[in-house]
Design a protein around this ligand. Sequence first.
Ligand code: SAM
Length: 334
Amino acid sequence: MTSPTLADRYGRVATDLRVSLTDRCNLRCAYCMPPEGLPWLPTPDVLSDEEVGRLIEIAVTRLGVTEVRFTGGEPLLRPGLADIVARAAALSPRPSLSLTTNAIGLDRRAAELRAAGLDRVNVSLDTLSPERFAQITHRKRHADVIAGLVAAAEAGLGPIKINSVLIRGINDDEAVPLLRFALEHGYQQRFIEQMPLDAGHIWSRSQMVTADEILASLEGAFTLLADPDERGGAPAETWLVAGYPGTPKVGVIASVTRPFCRDCDRTRLTADGQVRNCLFAREESDLRALLRGGGSDEELAARWQAAMWGKLPGHGINEPAFLQPSRPMSAIGG
Ligand code: SAM
């Protein structure tokens, strides 16, 4: 008998679990959250460390999940983060464990998280300019992010990937400097197309900086070569940057103009215990109610499987009937 998996009816199997640990954030990136913040999830609705740990255990030991990425909101704001990581690291088979973070405060936490079992981090950084950083995020924390990056490297949380969103008229001239910065420091640079997931619903296709534009900028300054490695379910399409030691790569996550839904291997758990089978799903499956109602591990696993079975073939962003999900990126877990 084969073991159960998180399969869908289109032949995809989810092995990569994104766990949102909070919907709160200490930045207010213009494409994500309004300057005044959002109504946060009420504390009783948020899964406890114990509840998150149990659901991760079910995903890994019963449903074939091999990779767990902690996100949010800002996951470093979750007091129990190191304990949650340690519990996941003790599972057998041990999943790979990573964190998507803005790195604010990581300078003080990197060694502790590494010791708890965290394997690596993805750090979001849209600009090399402290002034632009304040303009984009509404917070003067650029130096904290750089300190976090340095600490992550020192703690061995690599390979470190930098995720950048380019915004027209603000930082769309930074593709080349950001890649140079990453190459100099041994980070892997990735650019993300802006997606219709902002709380204010102000995303517009014409304002989005596209993969083609990003690649055109990069090709003006670097020689990019096809990456011979299998892409698999990875959201980033990658290229080798010629002429630099160690065959570094640069990636573009082009969810809008080059969708990769056919190979998607992701499943998502929100901070309030809802399974989402897609970033853009309009429906969720409530694991929290079942868990708090005394559901068994078998029942929780079965509900998770049913949620994934209903995954649509694509996110539909490019279809006329597309409707943005009601929850913004910060509440889903990016
Ligand atoms: N706070 C953490 C961080 O900054 O990485 C984790 C959560 S954040 C939502 C994850 C990633 O989503 C960040 O790299 C952020 O830039 C990206 N993001 C947020 N809103 C986005 C949008 N509308 N389109 C594309 N990327 C977005």
